[in-house]
Write a protein that binds this ligand. Structure first.
Ligand SMILES: Cc1cc2nc3c(=O)[nH]c(=O)nc-3n(C[C@H](O)[C@H](O)[C@H](O)COP(=O)(O)O)c2cc1C
Length: 336
């Protein structure tokens, strides 16, 4: 993979999402788009460095280009964790400066670091010194009563000075008091124009916009407006086919569209291997529920998988049966 493959792929990326973008989810997403940049769930630097939890770095080689997201605020520990990630073959190491959860706040990392740009810059500099791959930052526009118009450019100037050349910005504040992490993804208002303004201030910084983007049309409009990348989270998880099946052609300008049916068939050997190694069907199929969202038979597909996959002994035939039913229904609807 060329050195800056992750930067090129960042025209479209799937956001890091704890418990969602695990390796099975990423394997599926990669079947739907060859080029989109995929992010891991956040892995904390202490878990890797102090806890020795290097199994958290496992991924399938097909997932490239794939970025590892780290959480932490100790520059030395983050540098060590970044090195572990780079040695494991990740194409990019990303620092989480956006996650508002309590657990993360108490460890003094995530969005609360928006208040400590000097420390973030130190973390970034140490990480860059430790690895050859791109080190990037995912941040918010501010937290609590900060004024984003002031703090965001200051924050970006600091990380740029530390050597960071690429960021993703979730275009809303995190309110660290009184909102749950889930509410913090919906309630603080989005400010897309502010993120667009950052591109004017820092034309050489690769900026991906994130937050509330639900279609490729919207993604294309942001790219046309001059932003370098678009990062999509929840919509890509819930309607992966809508976001990913046309992404290679429309966003990257190369490659053919993919079909969710083909992805399902390609998942079968992957599922079989997972079951043979002692895994459960549901660990994979839970990420496949939205594959046919908005299409005839979507509800039956979702029901068959969600009800059947956790039953003892459930195997790939459940998935094949559900696909069969969906295709029969679609053929019947076409005939009328
Ligand atoms: C279930 C879930 C888990 C998330 N976990 C992380 C995480 O580990 N690291 C992170 O930076 N952001 C995390 N996020 C935030 C997303 O990366 C993204 O910034 C946010 O969902 C807004 O984008 P969207 O509107 O396209 O979903 C998470 C979001 C969700 C829904």
């Amino acid at each position: 993979m060329p050195h800056n493959a992750a930067a090129a792929a960042a025209r479209l990326s799937i956001a890091p999402m704890m418990d969602w973008t695990d390796r099975h989810c990423r394997y599926l997403h990669r079947l739907l788009s060859c080029q989109t940049l995929l992010y891991t769930e956040m892995v904390t630097a202490p878990a890797l460095v102090r806890g020795g939890a290097v199994h958290l770095l496992e991924y399938d080689v097909s997932e490239h280009p794939v970025a590892l997201q780290l959480g932490g605020s100790d520059p030395r520990e983050l540098a060590k964790a970044a090195k572990l990630g780079a040695d494991a073959g990740y194409d990019e190491i990303n620092l989480n400066v956006g996650c508002p959860s309590d657990r993360v706040q108490s460890g003094s990392f995530g969005a609360v670091l928006m208040e400590q740009p000097a420390l973030v810059a130190e973390c970034v500099a140490e990480m860059i010194a430790a690895v050859d791959v791109d080190v990037t930052v995912k941040c918010r526009i501010g937290v609590d009563d900060q004024n984003p118009q002031d703090v965001l450019p200051e924050f970006l100037a600091r990380v740029i000075a530390a050597g960071c050349t690429r960021v993703s910005i979730h275009a809303r504040k995190a309110w660290l008091q009184g909102l749950s992490p889930k509410e913090n993804r919906d309630i603080p208002p989005l400010d897309y124009p502010l993120v667009q303004k950052m591109k004017e201030y820092f034309p050489n910084l690769h900026i991906s916009i994130n937050g509330g983007i639900t279609s490729l049309d919207q993604a294309e409009a942001f790219l046309d407006s001059g932003l370098d990348g678009v990062m999509i989270g929840r919509a890509a998880y819930h309607q992966p086919s809508d976001i990913l099946c046309q992404a290679d052609r429309r966003i990257f300008g190369t490659g053919a569209d993919t079909k969710p049916e083909d992805a399902v068939m390609a998942m079968i050997p992957y599922i079989e291997a997972h079951l043979v190694s002692g895994g459960r069907l549901n660990q994979i199929t839970r990420h496949m529920l939205g594959l046919f969202a908005g299409r005839p038979g979507a509800r039956g597909w979702r029901r068959a998988l969600s009800e059947g996959a956790s039953k003892p002994g459930a195997g790939p035939e459940l998935v094949l049966d559900a696909l069969d039913q969906l295709e029969t229904l679609a053929a019947r609807q076409e005939a009328v």
